[in-house]
Design a protein around this ligand. Structure first.
Ligand code: PMP
Length: 387
């Protein structure tokens, strides 16, 4: 059935779900190609093939570091943000460090933390306000706890003030980790400014390949860290396993791409958000924005409740227009984020998440708005008829 649908929609598919994943950039792919073909060396080998791979690996590390203003020896390659987030949490658990996080984190944080809580570990889950901002506790904080917070929420696009969080952690002597998977390339991240100990990123959210990400661990903090994959001592002893050079090269290129074009992309993404909202208003489609206002929230991320829209039905009817109802990761289980924002179930049924990227076109947004208009209009005339 799914295969049949894919075949049917191949002609005019529209992708407006960049928070789920991004298409790989042509330049990023080109930078990887020679390491997928001829240059196959193991970066740990002590001969020319190894040296060639090692140079590529270290260049890539340098680029990742530059994108967040870190030093190369503070970057550890991982298989993605899930691994990076899990690593931080597992480390805290092993050291007996209490963990504080919010109730609307990505499942790669929330699920391990809830698992540890069930095992009796000290875990605090912070409430969020109606914009999706975590409510930081003012009392009862235990010194040395880990605060892990996402910089940009993948479903409702809330931007957390990392500077404020960093200052808060410093003041209360907390360890600070931020999941920046959705933030890199959309907001500026400078680890020297935000007083942060650890930070996770993901390649496939920034026009890079899937299966690669990185964990930043500040130099000062590294001494406290222990190996999380024990093997051949790669990644300066913290993560064993032969490095996937072509993926690391791709991540490096993607980091340079999105941070080198940050201002331009921010403007473009914000333009698309305004254009979408404006087009809905022009068609007299009534909506309620979820989370922060445009201009404050993640550029290019719009999550809204559309009056009269049955979101599930609409998405099923329009597989050729890729948007989502919540996040890709929650597409089967329902959204814990919308529930925590205290959105009524009635409204949740009308919520869609649209996210734009560098290849988005106004005409694609027009098609989305026309298709929404069609369903909302037919629902309205049905309701009027019943009256
Ligand atoms: N954190 C956030 C905020 C995400 O959006 C995602 C991906 N949906 C992840 C972590 C997991 O990233 P990865 O797919 O690289 O494991």
């Amino acid at each position: 059935m799914k295969f049949h649908t894919i075949q049917k929609v191949l002609i005019m598919n529209i992708y407006l779900d960049y928070n789920a994943t991004t298409p790989i950039d042509r330049g990023v792919l080109d930078s990887m190609k020679s390491y997928m073909e001829g240059k196959f060396g193991n970066p740990s080998s002590a001969h020319v093939f190894g040296w060639e791979a090692e140079i590529a690996l270290e260049n890539a590390r340098q680029k990742v570091a530059e994108s967040i203003n870190a030093n190369p020896d503070e970057i550890f390659f991982t298989s993605g943000a899930t691994e990076a987030n899990n690593t931080v949490i597992r480390w805290a658990y092993e050291k007996g460090i209490p963990i504080i996080t919010s109730k609307i984190e990505h499942k790669s944080v929330l699920s391990p933390v809830q698992y540890l809580q069930r095992k009796g570990h000290d875990v605090s889950l912070l409430e969020v306000n109606s914009e999706g901002l975590p409510q930081l506790p003012i009392s009862g904080l235990k010194k040395g706890s880990l605060l892990t917070i996402m910089a940009v929420n993948n479903e409702v696009h809330t931007v957390c003030d990392l500077h404020r969080m960093g200052a808060f952690c410093k003041k209360h002597d907390l360890i600070f980790h931020a999941d920046c998977s959705q933030a890199l390339g959309k907001i500026e991240i400078n680890v020297k400014d935000i007083l942060i100990d650890m930070l996770s990123i993901s390649g496939h959210k920034i026009y890079g390949p899937k299966g690669i990400g990185a964990l930043f661990i500040s130099k000062k903090f590294q001494k406290k860290f222990s190996p999380y994959l024990i093997g051949g001592g790669q990644e300066r002893g913290l993560r064993g396993g032969t490095s996937p050079v072509f993926l690391c090269v791709g991540l490096g290129s993607a980091c340079s791409l999105v941070t080198g074009n940050l201002k331009e992309y921010q403007e473009l993404y914000t333009h698309f958000s305004h254009y979408f909202i404006h087009s809905l208003s022009e068609k007299k489609i009534s909506y309620e924005l979820i989370g922060q206002p445009i201009g404050v929230r993640q550029p290019g991320g719009v999550s809204l409740c559309i009056t009269g829209l049955n979101a599930r039905e609409w998405c099923e009817k329009h597989p050729e227009i890729a948007i989502s109802q919540g996040s890709a990761c929650n597409s089967k289980s329902g959204s814990h984020v919308l529930n925590e924002l205290k959105i009524s179930q009635y409204k949740i049924n009308s919520v869609i998440r649209v996210s734009f990227g560098k290849d988005t076109k106004n005409s694609e947004i027009d098609m989305l708005v026309n298709a929404i208009h069609k369903q909302v209009k037919s629902m309205a005339s049905f309701t009027n008829y019943k009256k």
